[in-house]
Structures are given as C-alpha cells and as structure tokens.
Design a protein around this ligand. Structure first.
Ligand SMILES: Nc1ncnc2c1ncn2[C@@H]1O[C@H](COP(=O)(O)OP(=O)(O)OP(=O)(O)O)[C@@H](O)[C@H]1O
Length: 919
C-alpha cells in the first residue's frame, strides 16, 4: 500500500508453546492456527458455545513459528517503512508471560538487521540513525539510556506531537553501536519475578530508531530533500491477574499501573476502531500519549498479539483476541515525511513569489481584473460623493443666503417668522394688490395709534404689512416708520404689536379721544388743521415709499376711491360739524393730534375696512336714544354722521361714575352695542394672550379668510374642506371654547352645523347682553344660505365666547356687565318709543296678544319692549327679530349689509384665486 493512503493496523497473533509450568498442570492447548490468518479455539469447555470458533487476523502464528517468521510476515513491512520516511510502530500486546518480550527482542533485532542491510544496499543515500529508549514504569517515563533520568516530562509539540523532554537520543554509528544500546536498555528495564514469569517486564518499553536519509548526489547542493521517520518497537507490559501472578506489594502496584495503562490503550484502540469519531482518550495515560501518532495517526503500525495456548489463560487469551479484533479495524494515515532544506525552501518560496508577481503584472490576469474593478468602483463612488457634496454646499449657500435676507429684514423691520410666512402666503396670492399695500402701509405706520382699532384690520395689516416687507426686500428700502423700535413688526400687527401698543396708555387714550371726540368740540381751527388734503399729505410725507405703490391697480384704485369718497364725506361731516359747543375749549392739542391721527386712521381704515367704521355701526346711534330723532339705521356712508354725533353724551350715559374711563368705554360701548371691537377687548383682558398668538375669533379673521379661500379652492376641486384642524394653532380660540368646525355651505352637514352654531350664538348673545339691534341684524342677515355666512358665524361665535369668558374671568366684568345691561335697557326704551311711531294700534294690540300681554294692562308697551330677545328658543328669537325689524327702519327695508359686521370679503367664484379676497 502506498504511503498516504488509508490503511489499517497490521494485526497478527502469535501462539507461544505451552511452557513447562503449564504443561505440569496439565493445561492443554485450546487454540490452534487453522490457516495463516485464522485462529481456532479447540478448547472443550462448557462456555464453548459462547466463544467464536475461529478468529481471523492478518497473520496468525502457531507455536512452532519462529520469531523470524513473525517478523517477516507480521512486522518487517511496517518496520522497513521507516527507510522511506514513514513513521512506523510495532507493538507486542498480550498477557504476562505470553512471549511479548521474547517476540519483540527478536523483531527488533531483525528489524535493525534489515535496516542496516538496507543501508548497506543503498550507498547512494546518506542515512543518519538515532536511537532512544524509554520505559513507562508506574506511569513515570524513564530514559533507558540515562538511568538517572527517571521522571521525564511529556511536551506537546505542534509539529512533532508529544515529545519526551530531555530524552537521550543516541546517534548510531553502526549496527554494533545499536546492539550495545539495546543491551543497555535490556539491562535498565524494570524486570520482576512473578508467579507466571520469572523475568516479567514491569514496564512498557519503547525503543525508537529515527532514520534520516537523503540522496547522496544532491547532498551539499542545497536542493536535496531528506526523508525522516522513526520506528518504535514497543514491548508492553503484560496484563495480569493478581490472583494468577500472586503479586503483592511492589508487583501489585506495578500490575495496577500496567493494567490501568493497558485499559486506556484498549479504549483508544476501541475508539479508533469505531472510526475515530468522538473523544479518544490519548491523554489518559502516558503510554497512549507517547504513542498517539502511532495509533491511528501518521504511522504504520503492526501489533503482534501474543497468547499462551494454555487453558488456564483462556480468559486472558480471549481478551487479547478482543483487543486484536479492535486493533485490526483501526485505520491509520501514514505519510512520507520529507524535510526540506533551507536552500530548497528559499528556492521554492522564490518561485512562488515570481509567479504571484507575474499575475499582478499581466493585465489579463484574474487578480488584475479584480483590482481594476475595485478601483473603478472607488472612483465612481468618489465622483458621486463629490456631486452630492456639491449639491449640499449649494443648498447650504442658498439657505444661508435666505437666512441672511430674513435676518436683515427682521433686524431692519423687526419682521419675525410670522411676518415672513404671511409675506410668503400673501405675496403668492396678492400680486395684484399693490394699492392695498400702500394704503396699509399708511395704516400700519403713520396711523399707528389709531389704525389698529379692529382685529379685522389687524389681520389685513398683517398681510399687507408683510407685503411691505416684500417691497422692502425688493427695494432694499424700508420706511422709517416701520423700523421704529417701539413699533412691532408689521407682520405681527395682528397680534403682537397690538399688545405692545396697548401698553402705551397715552396712545390708547388718544385713540379713544379721537374716536369719541364730538364734532361740537372741534373748532374751526381744528377743521382747518385737519383737512383731508393735509392728512393725505401727512401720510404721503411720512410714507413716500408706500405711496409709490399706489395707483398700480385700476380696479383697486376705483374701489378705494369709491371708499375714499365715502370716507371723505364722513370725515368732513365729522370734522366740520359746526355744532360746536362750549366744550371746544377743552379740546387739547393732544386731542387735536389724536383727531388728526384718527382722521388719517379713518381714511385708511375705510380703505382697509377699518374698525372705526364697523365700530360705529356697532355703536347704537345717538339718535336712538333721542326721542326727537326718528329711528333710522345708518348706511355705511353715514356712519360718521351718526356715530360721533354726541359721543360724549354716550360716554356720560354709559359711565356716569367716571366719565374719563376712556379705555373702558372702548370696551363697554362695544359690548353694549354687540359690536365689541376685539382689539379693545384684547386690550382689556388678553394682553398676555396676545403675545402667544391669535386671541379671539376676530383676530383669526385673516386666517379664516385664508382657510375659506382654501375651502373654496377645495370645493372647486370637488373636495370637502373643514378648517377645524387648521385652527389648531389658534390656541386661544380653543381656550374660549369655540373650537368649532367651519363647514362649507356645500357640505351636507352644513344645515345642521348652521343651526347648531346659530343656537349657540343666540345663547351667547343672551349671556353677553349683546345689543338687541345687533342680534336682530345678525339673525336676519345670516341665514346660512351664503358662502360667507359660516365665516361670519364662526367669527361671531368666537368673539362672543371670548366676551363671555372675559365676563366670567371677572376682569373688570362688573362694570362691563353693568354697562351692557344699561345699554340693553336703553335699547328697550328706544324700542318702546319706536312702537308708537312704527306700529299702528291694531298691530300693537295684536302683538300684545301674541306675546301674552293683557291688552288692557298698564305699560303694556313697556312690557312688550322688556320681553323682546329675552328667550333663546327659536320661536321667540324669530318673533323678536321680526318685531325689532319693524321698529328699525333699515332692517325692515333690508338695507343693512353684512359688511357691517366686520368681515370685508366677498366670494367671487368668477374671480381668480388671488382676487378672491378683495380686502
Ligand atoms: N515462542 C516462544 N517460544 C519459546 N519460548 C517462549 C516463547 N515465547 C515466550 N517464551 C518464553 O516464555 C517466557 C516468557 O516470555 P516473555 O518474558 O517474553 O513473556 P512476556 O509476555 O514478556 O511476559 P511479561 O509480560 O511478564 O514480561 C520466557 O521464558 C520465554 O523464553
């Protein structure tokens, strides 16, 4: 079998002759060789049936066979493998006195002889032989060539396996030298006398011959290779029974160690015979540990099992055969061990290096292709990353540029993010409103103190002023007025600046004084001082840049001019009323200035649908409390004619205890009239809230407009739109309990929502003591059949909710409630008087019956006036509204317009999106 191929342990069985002692006992031979490989049991025992009759091995040797034959047929091939560089081992295994030593001495000698014969026959090769010998006695390794070394250690070498440290290794000079050493070993081996063997070996002996050989012709040239292997001759101690050997003391101890190590050997062989899977207990004994490579490893192995054929050793013989059976199944993997010289090794490495270098140099080689591909991929990746980096840097520069712009504008005009957002929104949707912008600039700057009298205006100012920012960004020119420190950013006018402004009591006072200043208190000098043209010039001189925007849109101009005419008329009526009183002298320069500002404000406010106008609508005309004046609701153009008719009288009537409570009047008049100007209310109650955002429904108007626009757009696109969630940021609106969905008129649920909201508003009117006329106007005008009605209702509800919360918050609510109740009483008195004028006797009597009033009772007219708008059920509300409409001329004639209530937008389906909100 060639080296490197799987092969099995060569197992042979040798029967020794029955010795004299056995013969004396009359023990016959139970075993005989039935052939060269078959051993047969011939014994006649009761357990015979339990024994196999024949046993097959590689070779079986009968007692007549010489050791020469045993060697030749059972060990030579293995032993001679060492000359070819293959490790080999020859074992003698068997019970004590079975002839192991007898056999192994012969086998070793024959092997040595043959080896040297081989060497002698192969002069072309140079051989180097080394010899070492050891024994394992009581689990201690002894160097047989060095008797003083009795406890050699075993070391684990990665290449060589287990080695015996400091083991003497004698280089053999010749055959005689070897024989001398063998003699030394024999002399050093532990031998003891037992009952079975006079010269019983008490240790495991391992004789090792290491042979290196190389061809002489290559020696010294650096290119020769050396074969190196070793052959082990192992004479195991024999297994023994203490009862048979009669061992005691030292012998017993020796026998114990012998049996224990042989037991481990048996386990290893048995495990190896199973295929070598699982744990092989090599390390359980020094014997197996030293012989590990010879047992199933890189070695050829031959085991000669020796047996005594005597019947008395039947059991031990059977155990030996069982061991042999296992051993013959153990596979080994013997290989030729070639030792490469340094020069050969260097040469081999140089060749390998040259091959690799050629592969790298050749472009077509596999490794080069891989390298190029990797480089291309890396280059591509770097390119992509560079492009991404470039894009990111551009984006960063863009953002930084925008940020710088915003910062510059913000620092110049205190324009905050909200402004910017509003500017963005508005600039996208109002390109065609430069005129509005310019007018609002006037409102938001020059008329700083007067213009912010209505949240609606504030909202529009927020938008328009933002547009100013746009203009300034483009022109890089900011009006001085806008940049004043005390002036909050125009974008914040809807909220923040209002609060800031309210902190200036003097300004607030001027606002009030201007608004309530009776025409009678103005002297001709005042009239001269405040001509319209002068006001116009005043504004223009203050805001040239803004004025430059005027007149860029003809439609808006026409509309504005129309409004301007109306305003001019009103202003002239107001300022030039010759019904001057003695109070004129009380007019101070401040009041004059306030008037001047108010006039400007009025004009601008009209242009911007100023609260001044609406507030006047909300305030019950003086004439209503005057019996001498016919009841007549004002038209929008007549508002200044009526509103300031005798404001001082109003003030005194509403605030008899403190006629100077101007600030309060702004609130109370509004509340009493039902036209509470939200900015005034904010001033009184929600200053802190202003800083946080939208305050009430009115302050939300710009947003409502935007949402309505979005709603309309959405409807055009066939979508339902609800802005409830879009008001989520209007926290104060939510705080006052008006987080109500604004449903579109087209929505299927709109009728339900409308009724619900209408009912809530009616109850709020009742709770807030809102003006009866206001209720009537509102109830009759907003019937839910108009697209804008939902917005009006939303605003009204939020406004009322806010008022109600103000009442319940107790913030000056006592005076507010008192004054509002007083004004309600005045209204009822007015209606009481109007009944005589507007209703025939029959009509009045019919009403008495209808309202459950005895037609013959005293003060039945007064009773009726006191019952109007006192309940919140719809029937009562409808009857109350109908009655008040009869008593109030313009209501009955339908002359009132919805714009009275503060919202100045119209839905124009034909208009483009940008022009939907005309104001
Ligand atoms: N084949 C044989 N032919 C003749 N005599 C033999 C043979 N085998 C062994 N003997 C003799 O048997 C005796 C015991 O042999 P040996 O010492 O070799 O046994 P052993 O197995 O080594 O015993 P132990 O294990 O106790 O050392 C010796 O006297 C030996 O000469």
């Amino acid at each position: 079998m060639a080296a490197g191929e799987a092969e099995r342990i060569l197992v042979s069985v040798r029967l020794r002759p029955v010795n004299a002692r056995e013969a004396e006992r009359g023990d016959g031979s139970d075993w005989e060789c039935a052939g060269p490989t078959t051993l047969m049991f011939r014994g006649n025992i009761p357990e015979r049936a339990m024994f196999p009759a024949t046993y097959a091995y590689d070779r079986v040797f009968n007692p007549e066979c010489s050791t020469q034959q045993v060697y030749e047929q059972g060990a030579k091939r293995v032993a001679m493998s060492v000359l070819n560089g293959i490790n080999s081992s020859i074992f003698a295994y068997g019970q004590t006195s079975s002839g192991k030593t007898y056999t192994m001495v012969g086998v070793t000698e024959h092997s040595m002889s043959d080896i040297y014969d081989y060497i002698d026959k192969h002069p072309e090769r140079e051989f180097a032989l080394k010899f070492s010998a050891m024994e394992i006695y009581n689990e201690a390794v002894r160097d047989l060539l060095n008797p003083e070394a009795t406890q050699l250690r075993l070391l684990d070498d990665p290449e060589k396996g287990t080695v015996v440290e400091k083991l003497t290794e004698e280089t053999l000079t010749d055959k005689g030298h070897l024989l001398e050493l063998l003699a030394v070993c024999e002399a050093q081996r532990q031998i003891g006398e037992t009952a079975l063997n006079e010269t019983s070996s008490r240790s495991h002996q391992i004789l090792r011959l290491t042979i290196e050989s190389s061809a002489k012709q290559f020696m010294g040239r650096g290119n020769s290779s050396t074969l190196m292997a070793c052959v082990n001759f192992v004479d195991l101690a024999g297994s023994e029974r203490a009862s048979q050997t009669q061992a005691a003391g030292t012998r017993l101890k020796e026998g114990s160690h012998i049996n224990r190590s042989l037991l481990t050997l048996g386990k290893v062989i048995r495990q190896l015979s199973k295929g070598g899977n699982g744990h092989i207990p090599y390390r359980d004994s020094k014997l197996t540990r030293i012989l590990q490579s010879s047992l199933g490893g890189n070695a050829r192995t031959a085991i000669i099992c020796t047996m005594s054929p005597a019947h008395c050793h039947l059991e031990q013989s059977r155990n030996t055969l069982l061991f042999a059976n296992c051993a013959k199944n153990v596979a080994t993997n013997a290989q030729v061990n070639v030792v490469m010289s340094d020069k050969v090794l260097v040469k081999h490495l140089q060749r390998e290096l040259a091959r690799l270098e050629n592969e790298l140099k050749l472009p077509g080689s596999a490794s080069c292709r891989t390298h190029d591909e990797v480089l291309r991929e890396k280059d591509e990746l770097i390119k992509q990353l560079e492009e991404q980096l470039k894009d990111l840097m551009e984006q960063r520069d863009t953002v930084q540029s925008q940020l710088e712009n915003f910062r510059r504008v913000a620092s110049d005009g205190n324009i905050n993010d909200r402004t910017t957002r509003q500017w963005d929104d508005y600039s996208r949707s109002s390109e065609s409103h430069p005129r509005i912008v310019s007018e609002d600039v006037l409102s938001s700057s020059d008329t700083y103190d007067c213009a912010y009298e209505d949240q609606d205006d504030l909202g529009s100012k927020g938008l328009d002023a933002s547009h100013i920012c746009n203009g300034h960004n483009q022109d890089s020119e900011i009006p001085e007025g806008i940049a004043e420190p005390h002036q909050q950013t125009v974008g914040e006018h809807s909220v923040s600046s209002l609060h800031q402004r309210r902190n200036h009591n003097s300004d607030s006072k001027e606002i009030y004084q201007a608004n309530i200043m009776p025409s009678s208190e103005l002297s001709e000098e005042h009239c001269k001082e405040v001509p319209w043209i002068e006001t116009n010039e005043f504004s223009r001189s203050h805001f040239p840049a803004d004025r430059s925007h005027a007149g860029t849109n003809s439609d808006e101009d026409n509309h504005s001019e129309s409004m301007l005419d109306t305003t001019d008329s009103a202003i002239k009526l107001y300022t030039c009323d010759s019904d001057a009183s003695s109070d004129t002298e009380k007019t101070t320069n401040d009041e004059s200035l306030a008037l001047k500002r108010c006039v400007i404000s009025s004009r601008d406010s009209v242009l911007n649908r100023s609260r001044s106008c609406r507030a006047s609508f909300m305030v019950i005309p003086n004439s209503w409390f005057d019996d001498s004046v016919d009841m007549k609701m004002p038209t929008p153009g007549e508002i200044f004619k009526y509103a300031p008719r005798n404001p001082d009288k109003i003030r005194r009537s509403l605030y008899p205890d403190n006629g100077d409570c101007q600030n309060d009047l702004s609130l109370d008049c509004s509340v009493a009239s039902g036209g509470v100007t939200s900015d005034t209310v904010v001033d009184k109650n929600t200053c802190n809230e202003e800083e946080e955002g939208a305050i009430d429904g009115i302050s939300c108007i710009p947003k409502v407009k935007e949402k309505l626009e979005a709603c309309r757009t959405s409807q055009l696109e066939g979508n339902q739109y609800t802005i409830t969630e879009d008001f989520s940021d209007m926290k104060n609106a939510k705080d006052i309990g008006t987080d109500i969905a604004v449903t579109t008129v087209e929505s299927p649920r709109w009728p339900i929502d409308f009724k619900k909201k209408q009912k809530e508003i009616i109850e709020l009117w009742h709770d807030c003591n809102v003006s009866i006329v206001h209720r009537t106007y509102f109830f009759l005008l907003f019937k839910g059949d108009n697209k804008a009605d939902n917005i009006y209702l939303e605003v009204e509800q939020r406004r009322l909710s806010f008022i109600k919360s103000s009442f319940s918050a107790g913030c000056e609510s006592s005076a507010t409630v008192t004054s509002s109740l007083r004004n309600l009483r005045h209204e009822r008195d007015m209606l009481y008087r109007q009944m005589l004028r507007k209703l025939q006797l029959a009509e009045r009597e019919s009403l008495y019956t209808k309202w459950g009033i005895d037609v013959n009772s005293k003060q039945r007219r007064l009773q009726l006036s006191r019952r109007i708008w006192t309940q919140t059920d719809m029937e009562h509300v409808r009857e109350s509204a109908a009655l008040v409409a009869k008593l109030v001329e313009h209501l009955e004639k339908g002359q009132a317009i919805k714009e009275m209530f503060g919202l100045s937008f119209t839905l124009n389906p034909r208009a483009g999106r940008n022009s939907t909100w005309r104001r």
